[in-house]
Design a binder for this molecule. Structure first.
Ligand SMILES: [Zn+2]
Ligand SMILES: [Zn+2]
Ligand SMILES: [Zn+2]
Length: 163
């Protein structure tokens, strides 16, 4: 199996966040179409809100932001939309923060490892095949069936270390 590593470095000088957002929206739209699903305005809006920064967003903050729009959706609709986006693979849920974040590499299914800065809250996704394969292999050895294997790593991002 070829080794695949996705590592976001959004603190690099070359980082252009507008490109992050437009890329993410474009990929999500494509994945929805491939599944025969519609990329509805609400799906797009929620994903755009999640991509407004590299910080994860709590569902109630999303609801608060959506409430500012004229066609405010019901909370259940928002939760269902988040579940849908998770299912498509364009959104990850971070359990430790009870928040959601957009995925930068949604084309193949993965659960990802997340580097979470405990000072400013930014999250970088590190998606390393070897880590996931190891977990699955070792779990299988003791007969454990893995369901969720998202890994959340806390620490300090580069920008915060420089402060
Ligand atoms: Zn960005
Ligand atoms: Zn991801
Ligand atoms: Zn930080």
């Amino acid at each position: 199996m070829p080794r695949k590593i996705v590592l976001q470095d959004f603190e690099a000088p070359s980082h252009d966040h507008n490109t992050c957002v437009s890329d993410a929206i474009h990929r999500a739209e494509k994945l929805c179409v491939e599944r025969g699903e519609k990329f509805t305005p609400l799906r797009r809006t929620i994903l755009e809100l999640l991509w407004s920064s590299h910080q994860p967003v709590k569902a109630y903050d999303l609801l608060a932001q959506l409430a500012l729009t004229h066609d405010r959706p019901a909370p259940t609709t928002v939760y269902r939309t988040l579940e849908f986006l998770e299912d498509v693979g364009v959104v990850h849920k971070l359990e430790s923060m009870n928040s959601y974040i957009g995925c930068a590499a949604p084309e193949r299914s993965h659960q990802g490892q997340f580097l979470i800065c405990d000072q400013c809250g930014v999250v970088a996704e590190l998606d390393d095949d070897v880590v996931s394969t190891r977990i699955e292999t070792n779990a299988k050895r003791i007969g454990f069936k893995v369901k969720i294997e998202t890994i959340e790593i806390s620490g300090t991002c580069r920008a915060c270390q420089l402060q």
